[in-house]
Design a protein around this ligand. Structure first.
Ligand code: FRU
Length: 535
């Protein structure tokens, strides 16, 4: 098939060409944000992995530099895989990453690198000390599943970092300790583990119990909770729990005893191998994540690129303490053009209206809905309590409901042959409590064949008794990145329209529920293109 260059994203992070995956080693250094990422310099499929490097003043406009870490020592000659940066007390950034040192099996070791010149704010050159590797798997460990070191934290005279692993079918967050950041010893027990399969790209960080500020990874105390995230190889989603950490016993305990299996996610869509960092300039914790293509591999090769990163998100603890909240960093708003607004508009059952006056192929849309009455909410079948995605697969955007489906049709063609629906549907459980489902339904997103078009969904833990709920969608040509109820539930989806591209993309509000809804306010902005790595 023919892939349109108009499907290339405008303001989501990507290099000019080739394959990218995980964000690596994000940090703030001497006024610059640094982002490294898994990159194939030779093509649009995974392989030949190096750490590509970009820098930014605002996490939105990016300048590409030379790759920072490339295979050139025995312990990384077959690949420089994911890892993290830690700023040491004297201000020196250290990168620890996974190296592949054999061609046949993926034998995974951990290496360290330092800037050649600490006075260079762009940190252009990195050197690998001769004492690498710093950590190798011990006999009996699964050497092919031992990778992705975290940012280290310091307490009681010791550094600690996590390495993701697998023991039989148990996902492991191994703890390694060091006094000097050079000699590392594994703690007897993992920080945490669960019967989930391999834990890729673990992330572990403190969050204040209240407020939206972030904390440095080494801060702790009684005003702090902890978050442990793992990327599950088996499902390709990023799951987290919230809990407590004891640096004497070196254990983390999730607050919810079933937390490891309840499976809170950062994002219920296409978002994987994410990593957070503490931004001292704005005292916030920022989440970066990778979204792969859901187009076919031949199309990826024809396009010459594959993979993007989500818009960086600020994350903090919800006042309930039960989940995190996420919101696109405020810097993205500098890309907004002239606002287009709609207010107080009723959308009756079965109706829709178009939002015009902007190029909605590259847009930011914020909308507040108000449901006229919740009486018509459909009964909730508890069989779906743990499977929002399945529920949404059955009750897609075109499936009429009581309260909802209502929401946005984005990247829609003028005649609605193509459209991606982002919507809510409200149910009522056996105790009279409302259950809110948020979905992205891409099943009608494109007339092109051979596309993977999974429906994504998550529940929204919000009180809808007032009838009010908000939605924000960042639309970017082949990306729809949505935030329900001010960041309670997030869904990123990749779509590849064949008609609804460029100026032929339209934006609508729809209501396929019996109950009328009102758009209290809607504001949409066409988004400008930032500097994007020279492309
Ligand atoms: C996650 C991952 C990591 C690994 C890297 C290799 O997407 O598989 O576990 O370090 O990608 O590119």
């Amino acid at each position: 098939s023919i892939v349109s260059p108009l499907l290339r994203t405008g303001y989501h992070f990507q290099p000019p060409m080739n394959w990218i995956n995980d964000p690596n080693g994000p940090m703030y250094y001497k006024g610059w944000y640094h982002l490294f990422y898994q990159y194939n310099p030779k093509g649009a499929v995974w392989g030949n992995i190096v750490w590509a490097h970009s820098v930014s003043r605002d996490l939105i406009n990016w300048i590409a530099l030379e790759a920072a870490i490339k295979p050139d020592i025995p312990s990384d000659q077959y690949g420089c895989w994911s890892g993290s940066a830690t700023i040491l007390p004297d201000g020196t950034p250290a990168i620890v990453y996974t190296g592949i040192d054999r061609p046949d099996i993926n034998y995974q070791v951990q290496n360290i690198a330092f800037p050649k010149d600490k006075s260079d704010p762009l940190l252009r050159e990195w050197v690998k000390p001769g004492y690498n590797p710093i950590i190798v798997p011990e006999p009996g460990m699964n050497v092919t599943q031992f990778r992705d070191p975290t940012t280290a934290w310091f307490a009681d005279g010791h550094w600690r970092m996590l390495i993701g692993g697998l023991r039989d079918t148990r996902g492991m967050a191994y703890v390694y300790r060091s006094r000097d950041f050079r000699h590392w010893v594994r703690a007897k027990h993992p920080l945490h583990s669960a019967l989930t399969g391999m834990w890729e790209c673990p992330d572990f960080f403190p969050v204040p119990k209240s407020g939206q500020n972030g904390l440095d990874t080494s801060e702790f105390g009684d005003k702090v909770k902890y978050v442990l995230k793992s990327s599950l190889d088996l499902t390709r989603y990023d799951y987290y729990t919230i809990g407590t950490y004891n640096n004497k016993t070196e254990r983390y305990v999730p607050d919810d005893p079933n937390g490891d299996y309840h499976r809170l996610r950062y994002d219920y869509g296409n978002f994987y191998a994410s990593k957070t960092f503490f931004d001292p300039a704005k005292r916030r914790r920022v989440l970066l994540g990778w979204a792969n293509e859901s187009d076919s591999v031949p199309d990826d090769k024809a396009k010459g690129w594959a993979g993007i990163h989500a818009i960086p998100r600020k994350i903090w603890l919800d006042p309930s303490g039960k989940q995190l909240l996420q919101w696109p960093i405020e810097e993205v708003e500098q890309l907004r053009g002239k606002p287009v607004s709609v207010g107080d508009k009723v959308v009756k059952s079965g109706e829709h209206f178009e939002v015009t006056g902007l190029g909605s192929y590259q847009a930011d849309v914020e909308v507040s809905f108000e449901v006229s009455s919740l009486d018509k909410a459909e009964p909730f079948d508890p069989a779906f309590s743990n499977d929002a995605q399945k529920l949404c697969g059955i009750k897609g955007a075109d499936e009429k409901g009581g309260v909802g489906p209502f929401g946005l049709w984005v990247l829609a063609s003028a005649n609605l042959e193509e459209k991606t629906a982002v919507f809510f549907r409200v149910f009522k459980d056996g105790y009279g409590k409302h259950v809110v489902l948020m979905c992205t339904d891409p099943t009608k997103s494109s007339l092109s064949p051979d596309l993977y078009k999974p429906t994504f969904a998550g529940f929204v833990d919000t009180d809808i008794s007032s009838g009010k709920i908000s939605l924000r969608s960042l639309i970017d040509r082949s990306v729809v990145e949505s935030f329900g109820a001010r960041g309670k539930t997030c869904i990123l989806s990749r779509v590849y329209p064949s008609i609804a591209i460029g100026q032929n993309a339209h934006l609508y509000v729809f209501n396929n529920g019996e109950a009328d809804i009102k758009v209290s306010h809607l504001t949409a902005w066409e988004m400008k293109k930032p500097l994007m790595n020279g492309a």
